[in-house]
Design a protein around this ligand. Sequence first.
Ligand code: BDR
Ligand code: CA
Length: 339
Amino acid sequence: MMQISDDMAMRAGLSKVIFDTDPGVDDAAALLFLSACPNIRLVGITTVFGNSDIETVTRNALYLKKRFSIAAPVAKGAEGPLVGQAAAVPAHIHGQNGLGDIELDERALPLRDERPAHRFIIDMVKANPGEITLLAVGRLTNLALALKEAPEIASLVREVVIMGGAFSIDGHNGNVTPVAEANIIGDPHAADEVFSAAWPVTAIGLDVTRKVVLGPAELARLETHGGAAGRFIVDSSRGYRLFHKQFGIDGYWVHDSTAAIYLASPGLFRLRKGPVRVVTEGIAIGQTIQRDWSKIYPAGEWDMAPDQNVAIDVDARRAVDLLLGIHMPSLTPSMVSVK
Ligand code: BDR
Ligand code: CA
């Protein structure tokens, strides 16, 4: 059995997680990581438009639930952003079917929870005060809708962790525009509301996810030793891997799983505190900006927003070891320990 580090053990049994997602090649991999992770209890999967339309990503979530015997219920979420229309789906990255165009047997999929995702989130948070972590790796629309309908949940949520944003750390900027990351520009108004609410948010942005790379050697190990989940991750990510060639990477950046790794082992990350706001119009729409408390500015709107965490560094080698180790429990503990 995999060795759990002190950091992981500290969180053992503490994290009841709702995974808000748009599967999505890297979303699917993150879901498989979460469902195999010994110190995470996945209590719900909520879907949101993004890597494909809402029908497709919800079907993909149900497919993954069935294929990998994931107990958590699936609730369908928003089909578009708070303001305006959803952008065209990025089929050139995630495939037409959102899962790298691998063949999916979609017969006899399980039924989904009848509640809309934001209502599912509200109900779960109220039923488990102080215990639910929201891990959101897509547009933040469902979270913003939940806050709008039941603002009181802000004080009842344990933690909000998002894969999203780009904070110009070590030169990491946007992946949709020079300043905007996909999950944020996909619904900038929702993102601004989520960052501005009085709940603890940690952003795992491109600044750190671009440091965590699965290369050919890691993918080969996953395929050979990672069981059904490992083979699925490799199969579904072939097109995703090709897409990354233009950036000079053989393999791919691990976006959504890096946010899941933060939940499993937060000690692998370095965080910076400060209010975060999102640009909601104009040329810089979707930009995420964190106020730097070491600088003095005249009083202004920034001072009103609560401090949030932004990940500014990650121990990438140990993050990859942890990811592989979760899917390869038969390897020796020393190879997979994150200690
Ligand atoms: C994010 O955008 C999506 O393509 C990925 O699933 C990830 O959540 C990276 O910018
Ligand atoms: Ca995603």
